[in-house]
Ligand binder design. Structure first.
Ligand SMILES: [Zn+2]
Length: 226
């Protein structure tokens, strides 16, 4: 994920052709803000970039069009696969739309950033070795199968899933009704049509309802990366 610096996107495509590329939404937003300001515009833009499914994305884009057709066409010039969450590569299991973690990496490597490439890499390797060892020691004391931040997320999902009603639909599929809306969950493919599970790798409330229905452990349905 970059801030769209010249040269990075075409170069990444050349060097790592299988990787997908994202653009930090905050960076796009700051450019948008300079041209079209207002709180409503800010909210509409957030809704477009953070939507998990195309339907919600289209609704938010519609709101933006109502606010300003100029802002709508300005934003439409950016390829949506780099900034709109609903288009993100499902293999990546990252729902991040901002590159805060890149900024903190830059802080973490500190003043070695300006060093020559071999010295820079040597320093990064040493720092990583220390960090991995510290994390390994920390992780050995965890009670859960997943990281503490994901455990916290799962606790929220458990609360949110209370109103979901589950019906078995055959094979590994379930139909989950929440209010007046139905969702299809496939436990084998680790997928729900709300797309939160597919994009983030963490089960959504609908999936959680099915996993509990099956009396399985919710943590084992998180992506292995967690
Ligand atoms: Zn879902």
């Amino acid at each position: 994920m970059s801030n769209g610096q010249k040269g990075i996107e075409p170069t990444t495509k050349q060097v790592i052709p299988q990787a997908t590329h994202k653009r930090c939404y905050r960076h796009i937003f700051n450019n948008l803000k300079g041209k079209f300001s207002g709180l409503k515009m800010k909210r509409a833009f957030w809704s477009t970039t953070k939507a998990y499914i195309v339907k919600d994305f289209n609704i938010a884009m519609g709101q933006m069009l109502e606010l300003s057709s100029e802002a709508h066409s300005w934003l439409s010039k950016f390829p949506i696969e780099i900034w709109a969450r609903h288009t993100f590569d499902h293999r990546v299991k990252s729902e991040h739309v901002a590159n805060n973690m890149v900024e903190s990496f830059n802080n973490w490597i500190g003043n070695v950033r300006g060093k020559l490439i071999l010295t820079l890499l040597e320093n990064i390797i040493l720092k990583l070795m220390n960090k991995l060892h510290k994390r390994f020691e920390e992780a050995a004391s965890w009670q859960s199968l997943v990281t503490p931040s994901i455990k916290k997320k799962l606790d929220e999902v458990i609360l949110q899933s209370r109103l979901c009603r589950v019906t078995f639909a055959g094979q590994k599929e379930y139909q989950v009704v929440e209010g007046v809306v139905s969702y299809i969950v496939n436990l084998q493919r680790m997928s729900c049509c709300c797309k939160i599970w597919d994009i983030s790798g963490v089960p959504c409330k609908h999936a959680k309802a099915c996993i509990t229905h099956k009396r399985m452990n919710l943590e084992t349905y998180c992506d292995t990366m967690y």
